[in-house]
Write a protein that binds this ligand. Structure first.
Ligand code: SF4
Length: 237
């Protein structure tokens, strides 16, 4: 099929996946431009921060460059895992869906904020790491329970995970517990499918210890940020 669509990327690079269920896997990263949320601690503000909302904002955002299907098809052959992140990659769900259906190789992990529903549910090469944004992110709207519920069947099949970024341990803990209850999240999946990950962009990740304690207290899974530990907050790593 001819694909004439282009997706605006901010970055394309090869590294190891530094967080979540595929940590350590050598991956191609495709980082899209644009996000529908405005997290104050967003560490990829250069994909969207025209308004200076992010605490890390230095006033510049990327111009982005167009990425097309032919390049995508070649990339998928070369790497075991393609991590599609942002920004919010599900802004472009329609295009990703058509492209992935037309490639034979690779596995795909979308990193999403949980405001758009899943797609390609019938394709077991596709995984979702869903990171609902809590009050401490600075976004006004609470996580969308109806959309998040649509990920539950995939979570049960090991094809989706929740990953909460913890920036305010006390406030976040209660909100996560309430949200999981609203979702009817299965208790037996919490130790494997719900990650808590410390916010932070310095190698010492100062919130890590508190987040581990939260995991032990509540039976969640811990995610470090290996790329930050190794390189610090360096783009393209
Ligand atoms: S949802 Fe992700 S990309 Fe969007 S502002 Fe929040 S942290 Fe940044």
């Amino acid at each position: 099929m001819l694909h004439s669509d282009r997706i605006p990327l901010s970055e394309k690079f090869v590294s190891i996946q530094g967080e979540g269920p595929f940590v350590g896997v050598v991956s191609l990263f495709l980082r899209v431009m644009g996000c529908n949320l405005r997290c104050v601690w967003c560490d990829t503000y250069y994909t969207w921060d025209r308004e200076g909302v992010s605490i890390y904002n230095d006033g510049d955002i990327d111009k982005g460059f167009p990425y097309g299907f032919d390049e995508f098809r070649e990339d998928c052959k070369a790497y075991p895992l393609t991590v599609i992140t942002g920004g919010e990659p599900l802004i472009y769900s329609n295009i990703w869906e058509r492209w992935i259906r037309d490639v034979e190789y690779g596995k795909f992990q979308f990193e999403t904020n949980g405001t758009y529903p899943p797609f390609l549910e019938d394709d077991d090469r596709v995984f979702f790491v869903v990171s609902p944004k809590l009050k401490s992110s600075g976004n006004k709207k609470p996580p969308n329970v109806d959309v998040l519920k649509k990920f539950l069947p995939l979570i049960k099949n090991g094809r989706a995970y929740f990953k909460f970024v913890i920036s305010d341990p006390e406030e976040d803990e209660k909100e996560i517990m309430d949200l999981l209850e609203d979702l009817g999240f299965p208790n037996e999946l919490k130790p494997y499918s719900v990650f808590l990950m410390p916010e932070g962009i310095t190698k010492d990740l100062p919130l890590a210890e508190k987040v581990v304690e939260m995991c032990i207290r509540n039976g969640f899974r811990y995610s470090d940020r290996i790329h930050i530990r190794i390189w610090g907050n360096i783009r393209g790593k």
